[in-house]
Design a protein around this ligand. Structure first.
Ligand SMILES: [Fe+2]
Length: 391
């Protein structure tokens, strides 16, 4: 049996009005200090007040939330016993909210055990999860994945379980209008990468392909507009929709090699997720079309759907890769590792770690062409210099 899980999605103008319809007495808001400072909680708490729902804020989430933070949030939520846990923010806040509601159901567990291996049944206990994104990137609002970081071992943990797909996702453009251009660019590259990787994933199906394809076209069209003019409401709305569909299609299939290699780069050199996966996307697509006829056809399908009809499948696939590079340039994203300011000697010194991290990612395994150690080393070196993949 295959299945496709999806939240109830309220979107577009005044989507936050949906809060007037929810039932419950108490909500536990999981967010970060920056969101509080930007005043982004107020439109949500005003609505909760109007509905007579009490709320408490946990604002200690950091980028790539640590196990310690989640533990702290788990203790706080256990004391408060809310009906709703609401993650408000970027992927980190929404992922933290997912981990925290799982701990509400199973307080005896350590955060590293929040995976498919356990049952949580939090809905049977009357608990519900809501996600309200303030960036357009990971699509965590429509995904059951949870990424945490183990700060002791300096590693990222890919956790989560289908149970923790949010009950409700609210995509209201007021929450993303103030996103700065750099964050718009970094997170937007993740949307493109997730959508394309979900479409070509070896675990993809015809059901995951639909949202993936549309998300790619929307992101290619609207990301440059959202970057150039943050007040462009249509661009902001379509990027929110695209991000959600990228997350949705990706968690119901799987991401691929750009995520596998990007996580390795981000894990060692601590760079924003979207920037790292976006950087590797053109290189990994080149690598894939050089070795998988099936994926080549799929990448050409995406290209044609996005209006890049350049002739043969190979020409179309190459046109899509070229478009990704032009777009990255337009929104001032690095095209090579060198452009990230990483020293070559340092890159070489970390090579073994980069390769091992990439090899250990499930996402590397679900790519349509799976590299071994030798190919990965080569790919990392080509990406450092900004050289197109010819193997
Ligand atoms: Fe991603």
């Amino acid at each position: 049996m295959e299945n496709f899980s999806c939240p109830f999605i309220a979107y577009g103008d005044n989507a936050l009005d949906y809060l007037a319809q929810i039932k419950g007495k108490k909500a536990f808001i999981v967010t970060d200090k920056n969101i509080v400072k930007l005043g982004l909680l107020k439109p949500v708490t005003d609505k909760l007040n109007a509905t007579n729902i009490k709320w408490e804020i946990f604002d200690e989430v950091e980028a790539e939330p640590s196990l310690d933070t989640i533990k702290k949030g788990g203790i706080a939520v256990g004391k408060y016993q809310p009906d709703w846990v609401i993650g408000i923010g970027g992927g980190s806040c929404m992922d933290a909210a997912k981990a925290i509601i799982l701990l509400l159901a199973r307080p005896e567990l350590e955060p590293e055990a929040l995976s498919v291996l356990e049952d949580f049944n939090f809905r049977d206990k009357g608990k519900k999860l809501m996600a309200i994104p303030t960036t357009s990137g990971t699509g965590s609002e429509a995904s059951w994945a949870i990424v945490l970081s183990d700060t002791k071992d300096n590693r990222k943990l890919g956790l989560g379980t289908p149970e923790v797909m949010p009950d409700v996702a609210i995509l209201d453009p007021v929450m993303v209008m103030g996103m700065p251009p750099q964050v718009t660019a970094d997170t937007g590259m993740d949307v493109i990468c997730q959508a394309i990787e979900a479409y070509i994933s070896s675990w993809g199906t015809s059901i995951t392909a639909g949202p993936a394809l549309i998300a790619t076209r929307l992101a290619l069209q609207y990301l440059p507009r959202a970057y150039k003019d943050g007040k462009d409401v249509d661009a902001r709305k379509e990027m929110m929709n695209a991000a959600m569909m990228g997350g949705l299609s990706g968690c119901n299939s799987m991401f691929g090699l750009a995520h596998g290699t990007g996580h390795a780069l981000g894990g060692i050199f601590h760079m924003p997720h979207g920037r790292t996966v976006g950087l590797f996307l053109p290189y990994t697509l080149e690598y894939i079309i050089n070795g998988s006829e099936e994926a080549l056809v799929k990448i050409a399908e995406i290209a044609r759907y996005c209006g890049l009809n350049a002739g043969s499948d190979k020409e179309c696939a190459k046109a899509l890769i070229a478009r990704i590079r032009t777009l990255a340039k337009e929104i001032k994203q690095p095209l090579s590792v060198k452009e990230c300011g990483i020293d070559k000697a340092q890159w070489e010194k970390e090579m073994e770690g980069l390769v091992n991290r990439a090899l250990n990612e499930v996402m590397t395994m679900t790519a349509p062409r799976v590299p071994g150690t030798e190919d990965l080393e080569k790919l990392f070196r080509y990406a450092y210099d900004g050289k197109s993949i010819d193997f």
